[in-house]
Design a protein around this ligand. Structure first.
Ligand code: NAD
Length: 504
């Protein structure tokens, strides 16, 4: 039998998408600006050079913050909600018009299947802009008059102004989706921003900067600086005295470092951080739907979605069926080139990240896990073996006392664990330092509501996963974050209220 993770047999291998490596500079005040040095961005599919990226030093970050401040003091600071909503809708239309370029940029940086980049990342980027335009339009008045208390002796009302210069720092897993999720509401509320994309995924932010300019967003409103975290653009930005707040998506430990960085100047933060998300499967669930749903929530984007399931609690009566069904799904996933329509699963983002995930694979076995699927590095041939490929993996035989069940892996791997009662399932799911997302699979609607409401998480799904209404609150509890973004919740972070009290 061929290895389950060999590329899908296709009539003829599709031609590899390969473009000449690009040089990516910082975007500051509408100009392309060199960095202090450059670094290479390689393709995780096969290790080929994708781009040479200019790393911003303190001087470039300083210029970017000054450009943003200047934009706030200029015509952008006097735009109306209606004008900004119109600009954001134009951005969304241009994203649609240039979607294939954005797909190519996202695929070149991440190696994810083209279909995924098209249907998830790029489609959501346009939707993020439209949703922010709708939200800010619904908020109505230009000053967002949010409350009015007409007392006998005084009239109190609160007006909202933009937060100011916002640092937007994002990770590599869904680069454009997560950047626009923060950028669109920040602009809708009238802020100016300095964006720092991940060092692993600098490309789509550059195309987006072009699109923003073409849509008519003035120079300096959105600046892009490239580089790493500590000792690089990320740290220069978060320690800069000119920023008024930080919105960040990434690892919990990085969130903690950013909190320390902004602490001396007490800046507000909005954090969307890591997860160790649970799924709970009751015996009364539609098992085929549950297994297919678990396969998606565990292995989508090679497990590199903050919402991915890494702990699966299954009622004992159906444990063997669910474990076997999910292992079968894991073995059927097709690793391969992004442009091949048969490909379901791309590589991990980098060889360095694969090293980290493989350490978890070793740890699981060391802790006594039973391997149900995957567990190693596949041999794919076809020039792919210099990439950062890994096998989709499933373990049993562990419980909540094991590190494998407690630490975020951020790869295509999960543990299945049996339970005997609803009470036990809830307790096991909530036994974590994280609190991002959970899924409950059940055929009993009352139980679905009951269990979903008891999950200590920001997002609790029933019989589905990653179904999103962009107006609803998104964020995490505990190590998974601070604050909520989405619709009016985003405007709460990206604006500052001032209460006005007039004696009558
Ligand atoms: P990361 O924290 O390593 O990096 C994220 C960004 O922060 C990058 O741009 C990086 O350069 C920058 N950065 C790193 N250290 C910094 C510092 N000291 N100061 C300023 N900036 C710094 O995260 P990652 O590896 O890129 O992404 C994976 C993580 O993101 C996972 O933990 C995942 O769960 C989390 N994530 C969370 C959500 C969510 O919505 N909750 C969404 C996606 C990813």
């Amino acid at each position: 039998m061929p290895s389950p993770t060999t590329p899908a047999p296709t009539t003829a291998p599709p031609p590899a998408r390969r473009r000449a490596p690009r040089s990516l500079r910082n975007v500051i005040g509408g100009e392309l600006v060199d960095g202090v040095r450059t670094f290479d961005k390689v393709d995780p599919v096969d290790g080929a050079l994708v781009a040479v990226v200019h790393e911003a030093g303190p001087a470039q970050v300083d210029r970017a913050v000054a450009a943003a401040r200047g934009a706030l003091d200029g015509p952008w600071g006097r735009t109306t909600v209606a004008e900004r909503a119109r600009l954001l809708r134009r951005v969304a239309d241009l994203i649609d018009a240039r979607s294939e370029e954005l797909v190519a940029a996202e695929v070149g940086d991440t190696g994810k299947p083209e279909t995924l980049a098209r249907d998830l990342d790029v489609a959501r980027a346009a939707a993020n802009f439209r949703s922010a335009a709708d939200t800010v339009s619904a908020a109505g008045l230009d000053a967002y008059l949010t409350e009015l208390h007409d007392g006998r002796r005084a009239l109190n009302y609160a007006v909202r102004a933009p937060l100011g210069v916002v640092a937007v720092i994002v990770p590599w897993n869904l680069p454009l989706l997560l950047l626009t999720w923060k950028l669109a509401p920040a602009l809708a509320a009238g802020n100016a921003v300095v964006v720092k994309p991940s060092e692993e995924t600098p490309s789509s932010a550059m195309l987006l900067a072009e699109i923003l300019a073409d849509a008519g967003i003035p120079d300096g409103v959105v600046n892009v600086v490239h580089g790493f975290g500590p000792g690089s653009a990320g740290e220069h930005l978060t320690t800069h005295p000119g920023i008024d707040g930080v919105t960040f998506t990434g690892e919990s430990s990085t969130g903690s470092a950013i909190m320390r960085a902004v602490a001396p100047r007490v800046r507000p933060v909005s954090f969307e951080l890591g997860g160790k998300n649970a799924a709970v499967v009751f015996a009364d669930a539609d098992l085929d739907a549950a297994i297919a749903g678990l396969a998606r929530s565990t292995y989508l984007n090679t497990g590199q979605v903050c919402l991915c399931t890494e702990r699966i609690y299954v009622e004992r009566a159906v444990f063997d069926d669910v474990a076997a069904g999910l292992a079968e799904h894991a073995r059927r996933l097709r690793l391969g080139r992004p442009e091949d329509p048969a490909t379901t699963t791309g590589p991990l983002i980098s060889v360095a990240h694969r090293e980290k995930v493989l350490r978890h694979y070793d740890l699981a076995l060391h802790e006594g896990a039973e391997l149900l699927a995957g567990g190693g590095v596949p041999t794919l041939g076809d020039g792919l073996d210099a990439g950062s490929w890994i096998e989709p993996t499933l373990w049993a035989g562990l419980d909540n006392s094991h590190r494998t069940v407690r630490e975020e892996i951020f790869g295509p791997a999960a543990v299945v664990i049996p339970f005997d009662s609803e009470e036990e399932a809830v307790a096991l799911a909530n036994d974590t330092d994280y609190g991002l997302a959970a899924v409950t699979w059940t055929g009993d609607l009352a139980r679905g509501h009951r269990v979903a409401q008891r999950m200590r998480v920001g997002m609790s799904w029933v019989n589905t996963w990653y179904l999103r209404d962009l107006r609803s609150p998104f964020g995490g509890i505990g190590l998974s974050g601070i604050g909520r973004e989405g619709g009016p919740h985003s405007l709460g972070f990206y604006t500052e209220p001032t209460n006005v009290c007039v004696q009558l």
